[in-house]
Structure formats: structure tokens, C-alpha cells
Ligand binder design. Sequence first.
Ligand code: ADE
Length: 392
Amino acid sequence: MAGTGDGEWVFMATGRSPTNIAVIKYWGKRDEALILPVNDSISVTLDPDHLSATTTVAVSPSFSSDRMWLNGNEISLSGGRFQSCLREIRKRARDVEDEKKGIKIKKEDWEKLHVHIASYNNFPTAAGLASSAAGFACLVFTLGKLMNVKEDYGELSSIARQGSGSACRSIYGGFVKWCMGKNHDGSDSIAVQLADEAHWNDLVIIIAVVSSKQKETSSTSGMRDSVETSPLLQYRAQTIVPNRVLKMEEAIKSRNFESFARIISLVEKWNHSEGTPQVAYTFDAGPNAVLVAPNRKNAALLLQKLIYYFPPQDNDLSSYMVGDKSILSDAGLNSIEDVEALPAPAEMKTLNQKFKGDVSYFICSRLGAGPKVVTDESLALLDPVAGLPKGV
Ligand code: ADE
């Protein structure tokens, strides 16, 4: 190990990883410690500009322990999930040399060196928007870059899986399948990319954030209860899902929205009144609805209907839409007056109530790419000299 005066140098890397939304859900583990699922699952990766985790990892001989800060607050790294990811990446660490900074780290040094990690989510943490998926994918990807790990993305996905199951799918962009695998050690429980984000890039995803509060029931305990008490869960995993996975793979391959939407269910009334699916919906382990439109035109029509029933509490339209705000003007909604002038959706004649305040805000996103290194050093979350969160 060598540097510009031992103990003085800090070497770091920053990465950004997207979140993902499952269209065939992961629900139920067959091994809790290794996080092995009872069924395959399929997801879409969202645009990291809208929903992602950014993580800076730093190493220095001056650090006396592994430490982590999440959204500015220090959190414990003692949990098994963090420990598994750190251990598995450290095991695969290689020699690193940064000639410009005069830093040389030998493979065998990594076991003795401590890391500092700072992570930030650009969307609500633990509200059922898969923040831990983005977070653990980012942690594994960025630690891998820092420690010059050469393993392929399949291997990285299996390490990220040990942090949070669905994190393995955030290692890729586009459409991703997590293959449950059969091996007891989990070595074949990895994610694969079905198609990249360019394959079907006119899909628009709108998330109605009903609550950005922490979930009352964690996915882990919800899954455990299902596995222990539901006779239907095994039936779903063994009989229903394998067939649906095949159909979903086919729908993605042929960009067949009708089939894609039928599988994840319909936004009942609109779709029924039109005769063919206009929009699809899905829920993750939280109350927020995720709506998928086949194109911007349908997304804009959908938004008109949503905002008619769920107008913003404080009349502020601009902060009511996060992510791709331009969908508002596509829907002709440039001011609160436009919202007030919206006609009642024809197909919802029986519903004459509005639900002001029930939706906190909407997020408009699209398919996105997998994890990326952030090369702009000014965007690092740790100070390059002290290796502590900036501003602390
Ligand atoms: N859990 C939720 N968000 C996270 C993040 N960004 N990193 C690690 N764990 C997380």
C-alpha cells in the first residue's frame, strides 16, 4: 500500500443506480439468509434521472472502521445484509493503481482497509418504491469499481441480491428477469437482461405517490407471513408464475402492450370502455400505484383523468409532478385553471367525487439504463480530503 504520505490519501468512487418496478412480483423467500426467492420475477428499470440511488465509497488508511451515511444520517453497517455485500466484494478485490494520485493498493491490502460509504436516494426511502433495490445495487456496483472487481454483471447481481432481493434486478437497465435458481448456495439465483431500455422506449411510467411515509410492514416480514400462512403462495410460485413469466417474456420481446397489460391487470374502467388496454397498473409492497402507458399520448390522457379526480392539495401543479414534468403540458395542464377546466372522465360517470390531497404527488418516468460510474468528482457525496460526508 502506498500513497502521497501514508495515512493521508483518500481514494474514492461514485456510482448511480436505478430503481426497478416488478411486473411479475418477487414474493416469498426459500432461504432468508441468502435471499433466495420461491419464483422468478421480471421488472422494468426506471430512468435514474427520476428514481435512483447515488453512492460514494471511499477507502483510506486513516479510516478506523467501516461507516455509512444514508441521506445524510449515519446508519449501522452491522446488519447481515451489508456485511454480506462488503464481504463478497472484498473477496473479489484486485490490485488498484492511480498513478495521478500516487496511490497503489495491493489485492491483499483490501482486507485491512476500512471504507466510508455515503448514499443518497432522489426519491422517498422505504415507501415501497424499491429504494433498497437501487441502494444495494449501487453499493455493490460502486464498491466493485473502487476495488477493481472484474466479475460479470450476473455475479454482481447475485451479490446485490444478498443485500436486498430485488436489488439484483437493478444491476441492468431495460427489462430484467431474476432467475430464482435451484442451487442451495444461491450461485444460480442471478438476474439477466431480457431487453435494454431502447427496445421499447415509448413506454411511459406514472407513479401516484399516495404516501411517502415508511411502510408499516416491511417486505421481509410480509413475505415471511405469506410463506408461513398462505397455502396459495406455493401454488402461485409453482403453478401460476412460470407460465406468466413465459408470457411476459414474449410480450416484451414483441412489444405487445395488450398482452403486457393484460398480465399485470388493467385500469379497469378506461380499458373496458375502450375495448383494448390503454394503460396497465401494478402495485409493489406499498400503497403507491405504478401505471404504465404504451406511449405519451395515452400517458397524457391518463394524467388528465388522474388529475381530475386527484387535484393538488395546494394548487401548485409544478411540484405535483416530479421527474418528467413535460407530461403536464402534453396533457394540456399548464396551470391550475387548466385542472379546474378538465371535463369529468366519460367512462367514470358514476363517480362524482374528487379526492383532493389523497395523492401526495405524481412521478413521471420511463425505462432507464443500469448503474453508471459518476465521473464528475464534484458530485461525490464524500469529501475527497477527510472522506466524510460533505458539509459535516
Ligand atoms: N436502503 C434504502 N436506500 C438505500 C441506499 N441508498 N443504500 C443502501 N441501503 C438503502
